[in-house]
Structures are given as C-alpha cells and as structure tokens.
Ligand binder design. Structure first.
Ligand code: MLZ
Length: 474
C-alpha cells in the first residue's frame, strides 16, 4: 500500500525512513497573503489549518488489506507526519508496525471519524485482525473514546486553499530569462499549484510547434508584475516583437486579459523620501546568477515604489545587462557586515582576499558609502525550520524544476538549501517565506513533477565549488 509519486517513482516515506530524516512541517510554510481581488492566498495549501494535524489523530481510510471487491474503509492512527504525508497504522495492529503505510493526507481516500456512517460506507477491519477480535464493534467504540480526528471539511478547505487568481491567457510582465535586467510581456499558459508557466509573447515557436522560450514562477514570486508595472516604476521592458506569430499555440488562442495589481501580492510600502537607498551605495546581495553566494554589491539605480537595480561588484559586464531588480524589502539584499556577523563567507570582487578584506577599507578605496542598516528587511522571524529538514524546493536557476532538498543552514530569515544528490555549488539562499519552497508531498498533492535526488544521497558528495558565475540564470 505504499504510494509512489505518480510521475517520478520517488517515494518520500521510504527516503525519510532510510536516511532517518525529518521533514519540515506544513505549518513552517505559513506565509499568507491577502489579495485585494477575491482570494486569500497562502504560500502552500492548508498551512494555517495544519497546526491541528498531529501524531495520534485517527482517521477513516481506505482498507487495502481485504479481499472484498467493494471499497471498504477502516480506522487508522497517524504514527508520523512528514509535510503532507502521514504514516498510518490500521487500528487493531496495536504495536505491530509491519503494515504501516505512508499516504498523502491531501489526496488520499482519508476522512474524519464518522464519515463512513454519514456517507453509508462500510467499516471493515483488515483480514489479519478480523480473526483476533471477536466483538470488533465494541472494540472500536472503546478505542475511539476521546479520539481526535481531522476537520470535517478537510478536503473542502484543501480545495479552497488551492484557488488561484491566474488562468490561461492572462498577460503579465516578468523578468526576461535571456536578459535579467529587463522585463518582458508573457502570457500564462499553465497553472499548477499556484506555479505559472509563462510564455513570452514573442517567444517564437519551433518547427513542431514547441515554445522556444518560457519561464516558470510562483504567482507570489517577486519576478512577476501586472501589465504596465515596468513603465510605472521605471524598469526597462523589452518591446514585444509583433512579427513573431504565436497564434497557433493554445495559450494564445484564449481571450487575453491583462493582469492588474490586485492579482499580485501587495508589498509593504516603503518611504523613499529622506534617507532612502541612493545610487552608488554598497551592500551585500545574493548573486542572482549564483544563488549560493552573498556578494559585495552596489545600488545602480533607484526606481519608483521602493524598487532598486543592484549589481555585483567586480564581475559586471559593463552595459547594465546584469543589473537585477530587487525591492527594498527583499531578503536578498543585506547590510554591509551581514556575512561577517553571521559567519557566512562573503563573496568578494575578483582580486580581493578573504584574509585582508574589510568593508571599511573597501568603502574608502571605492569612495562609496554603505547603505544604512535600517533600510533593510532583516526582521527576525520565528520560522520553525532547522538544519536537516527535508522539503521540496524550486531550483531557481531552472525554475521549472521542483527538487528534493534539505535545509542546510538557517541564518535569520535566510535558509541555505541543498539539493539532495547535487554538488554544493547548486545550493541556494532563500527567504523562509519564499513562494518557491514547499512541504514534502506538495508535488504529489498539486500534480507537479518532483525531481528526485540523483546518486546515492544524502551523504554530501565532494564538491569543487567553482568561482565562476553561471552564464544563464534560468
Ligand atoms: N541541466 C542541469 C540541471 C540541474 C538541475 C539541478 N537541480 C538541483 C544540469 O545538469 O546542470
């Protein structure tokens, strides 16, 4: 009765048990977001309700240990939780763990106690215990006294929390994967679990009709914006090449609809008058082309509404094409000294030496000032993640991929993620409220394909961290 992830054959339950690992609980992913427009969106389904889901709960679940031809159910107890997954044991097996099975609470045929009675379904014990218990009706009544179960409307809440304000044909502005300093207009093609497959309006189609350039991101990603955003804040946008014919693609045969600000996460307003970031200020920033590195960086341009263009010192191409837009509240920009204070190796501009670099000297040499600490969003949060926890996380360098990952370090709001089976050069720093991290079982729940670890994990393979920047971001 072991469930496999439909697409990859990867089995979270076996993996966690084999390696003795913990999964990050669903309640860690609690980032909630109210939309002006119809929906309350949470980062992951049911994160608010999950605090009540605990070991010891009893449920009614499909009985697979029977020879009966009709669907029958039996009571089971939650023995362990791992994200959306639960290890269940049928009642009557007592301390015998041989028939324990993992199931995804979000999609399995699992219900609150009493559901069978209300829905005229049969409760039948597994064949192995049938013979041990003669009067199983009174056994059941006795065992269920004081039992807690999942909420009556569990599956309804699950469906509700998976609503999404985007659908095929909605137009957005999104970062251009081939030139990260500009945005480009794109059309939503597919929506899975709040993740959007976006097709650039002038992506072009290959000889067999395949899209030549697409981009995946979560609807709460800081990389997507409503139509007209770029012009409004002063960000560069690529003009759509009207000569490219996309009309034979299904997403372009839809009635187009421009996205509006109400469909996006509302960012905290920042006050830009009197002491905001200014051009030339120095800071530390996650390298958008190498997300495991926190680097010496500069503010290049201040846009409207709290947005900044930032570049990484010493590796710039020089034409501004590698400047990257971060909002002032972004977790990815940090005050000078942040790495030192938190025991993180700061990535220095080429030619500088870890043994001799100091910010004071660097600022003097470059004649620049450090961006004031108070401008950064480094508020402490109680997030609940701890090193070693497993989760499902987007490889932001190839954001179509949701992969098996481990929390490697926790520093304030930041989590260093390691992708199981991959070299540490793939590691990425993300915010604890990132819309690109999900509990174990999320892919199976939403129908997204999970990338299993490669190689014999989880022991770390020796890595040779390359100093170079990757050529492409996505
Ligand atoms: N094509 C890439 C895929 C890397 C995906 C890693 N995900 C953690 C490569 O093989 O380099």
């Amino acid at each position: 009765a072991i469930r496999k992830d439909a697409s990859s054959g990867f089995n979270w339950g076996c993996y966690l048990e084999k390696h003795g690992c913990l999964a990050a609980p669903v309640s860690c992913f609690r980032h909630t977001c109210v939309f002006e427009y119809r929906f309350l969106v949470t980062q992951v389904p049911l994160c608010a309700q999950w605090e009540d889901i605990e070991v010891g709960l009893q449920v009614e679940v499909l009985n697979t240990r029977t020879t009966l031809l009709t669907k029958v159910y039996w009571i089971a107890t939650v023995i362990r939780l791992a994200g959306y997954m639960a290890l269940l044991r049928y009642m009557g097996f007592e301390d015998d763990d041989r028939h324990d099975f993992w199931c995804n609470l979000g999609i399995a045929d699992v219900h609150p106690i009493g559901w069978c009675a209300v829905n005229s379904k049969l409760l039948v014990p597994p064949q192995e215990i049938h013979k041990h218990i003669s009067d199983w009706k009174s056994y059941l009544i006795q065992r269920l006294v004081g039992a807690s179960t999942i909420p009556v409307d569990f599956h309804v809440m699950m469906t509700d929390s998976m609503k999404c304000p985007f659908r095929q044909g909605v137009r957005v502005e999104v970062v251009d994967r081939s030139l990260v300093s500009r945005t480009r207009t794109a059309v939503v093609d597919t929506v899975i679990g709040g993740r959007l497959r976006l097709i650039y309006e002038d992506a072009g189609l290959g000889s067999s009709g395949e899209v030549l350039s697409d981009f995946w991101c979560h609807m709460l990603s800081p990389l997507i914006h409503p139509i007209n955003w770029s012009v409004r804040v002063g960000h560069i946008i690529k003009e759509t090449d009207k000569s490219v014919d996309m009309s034979s693609h299904p997403a372009f045969r839809k009635v187009f609809c421009d996205s509006v600000p109400g469909q996006f996460k509302k960012l905290r307003t920042v006050y830009m008058e009197g002491g905001f970031f200014t051009e030339g200020m120095k800071l530390e920033a996650i390298d958008p082309l190498n997300l495991g590195n926190i680097c010496v960086a500069s503010v290049r341009k201040v846009l409207l509404d709290g947005y900044l263009m930032v570049s990484i010192d010493g590796v710039e191409i020089g034409d501004g094409s590698d400047w990257f837009c971060y909002h002032a509240i972004s977790h990815a920009i940090l005050p000078t000294g942040y790495c030192q204070n938190n025991d993180i190796t700061l990535t220095l501009p080429p030619g500088y030496d870890q043994a001799t670099f100091t910010w004071a000297k660097y600022l003097e040499e470059t004649g620049a000032e450090a961006a004031p600490r108070r401008l950064f969003n480094t508020d402490a949060v109680q997030h609940g993640f701890v090193p070693g926890m497993k989760l499902e996380a987007v490889d932001l360098m190839e954001p179509r991929l949701v992969c098996v990952a481990t929390v490697q370090r926790c520093v304030g709001r930041l989590l260093l993620l390691h992708f199981d089976g991959w070299e540490s050069e793939f590691d990425q720093w993300v915010d604890c409220e990132s819309p690109d991290i999900y509990p174990v079982g999320w892919c199976e729940l939403t129908g997204y394909q999970l990338q299993p670890p490669i190689g014999p994990e989880p022991q770390e393979r020796t890595s040779k961290k390359s100093a170079g920047r990757k050529k492409r971001r996505y």
